[in-house]
Design a protein around this ligand. Structure first.
Ligand code: MTE
Ligand code: MO
Length: 362
């Protein structure tokens, strides 16, 4: 038997029952959206399994989609079988191919940039569109999964094989990237690609969604330090030039990272300027002139930096002048720019998740 025939035979043997393929596609897409979104919040290397799961599920979707298309292709190619729901099916297929295609291209280091959109942003767009599309598509042909669809041992083996193949494919791809020395070879565990060099010009200016404030006048600028402190304070730009330095890696969820030397004031020292901490002090919240905000647990916050400099230069407006948060091990969207308010708080700030998405809109 030729090698391709043997591969075909192996695939046929692994193929789950049709209904299991359909429901698995739905479940895998939802799992991809969840692992993808949660991965945005992971900045420490211990979080790597989440990224691997996302990649393995992606390869799993490729196999499931191949089985599915082999089964239903006549519904697409034979005009006599077209129905109203066919348009939705085609749209869903386009989004799926878009998400898979951009994901695979990204992994190989392809990076097309459309203003500040990276190929990874496009991947996220396709992925998020895919969830409602798959749900609507499933609703047009709704059939409850039956237990027998998933009961056979062979089905369990199929899923295990799928995920293992996904992991193996990702490994092979890494080796290919290394051998070909593509841009994909330098990726972090998060998938982000490096931006080399020092200072303001070395890395992109990024807003999470819509923040775009007017430049802040250095002389008028005041930073308020308040909340659960004994002596709330107002500091000037000069007060923030404490000469503290830290090297930290900024990793943006749009798919790039940079290592820079940041200068400014340690947040612990900043808080000292406002007297004693209250008994309930548990979080420090950093708020931008735009309202954008993020909080860190107090121990972590004390070791973070409020930066006025990067790579030996004063911070530029785009990068958050006069002062921005430098939060090592946190993803870029948590590094609040144009900070005007620092507050010590007792409670976690759930609202920040929404505010970072809507600040900057009028
Ligand atoms: N106020 C404010 N701070 C912000 C953002 C924003 O939109 N508004 N974007 C965040 C995101 S998503 C990233 S990756 C970093 C980017 O920092 P940079 O523009 O200096 O590269 O800033 C973060 N701080
Ligand atoms: Mo970002």
């Amino acid at each position: 038997m030729a090698a391709t025939d043997r591969l075909r035979a192996a695939l046929d043997r692994l193929e789950p029952p049709p209904r299991a393929v359909d429901w698995s596609l739905f479940a895998f897409v939802v799992a991809e959206a969840l692992t993808g979104l949660v991965s945005f919040t992971v900045g420490v290397p211990e979080g790597w399994p989440l990224f691997w799961l996302h990649r393995a599920l992606g390869v799993g979707i490729v196999a499931l989609l191949a089985w599915k298309l082999a089964r239903v292709r006549r519904r697409l190619t034979d005009p006599g079988l077209w129905r109203r729901s066919t348009a939705l099916s085609v749209l869903t297929l386009v989004a799926a191919v878009g998400a898979i295609g951009t994901g695979v291209a990204w992994v190989f280091g392809v990076d097309v940039r459309l203003s500040y959109w990276t190929l990874l942003s496009v991947h996220v767009g396709f992925g998020l569109a895919l969830v409602p599309l798959v749900a609507a598509h499933a609703a047009t042909r709704f059939r409850l999964p039956r237990r027998v669809d998933f009961e056979r041992r062979r089905t369990a083996v199929s899923y295990f094989a799928l995920l293992a193949a996904g992991g193996a494919a990702y490994r092979l791809q890494q080796a290919a990237n290394d051998a070909l020395d593509t841009a994909g070879a330098d990726r972090r565990f998060t998938g982000s690609q490096p931006r080399e060099g020092a200072g303001n010009a070395a890395f992109p200016i990024t807003s999470w969604v819509a923040d775009d404030p007017a430049p802040i006048d250095r002389d008028d600028y005041r930073l308020t330090v308040g909340g659960l402190v004994s002596d709330p304070a107002e500091l000037t730009v000069d007060d923030l030039a404490a000469g503290h330095e830290t090297e930290a890696l900024l990793d943006c969820t749009s798919g790039w990272y940079t290592v820079q030397k940041w200068g400014g004031i340690r947040v612990g020292d900043l808080l000292d300027a406002a007297g004693e901490l209250g008994d309930d002090a548990a979080y420090v919240r950093f708020t931008s002139v735009t309202g954008y905000r993020w909080s860190l647990p107090i121990d972590e916050a004390e070791d973070a930096l409020l930066a006025t400099r990067v790579g030996g230069e004063p911070l530029s407006h785009g990068h958050g002048a006069p002062a921005r948060l430098v939060a090592p091990d946190r993803r870029g969207f948590q590094w609040v720019k144009w900070v005007t308010r620092v507050e010590v708080r007792a409670e976690y700030d759930l609202g920040q998740w929404v505010v970072t998405l809507v600040s900057g809109f009028d």
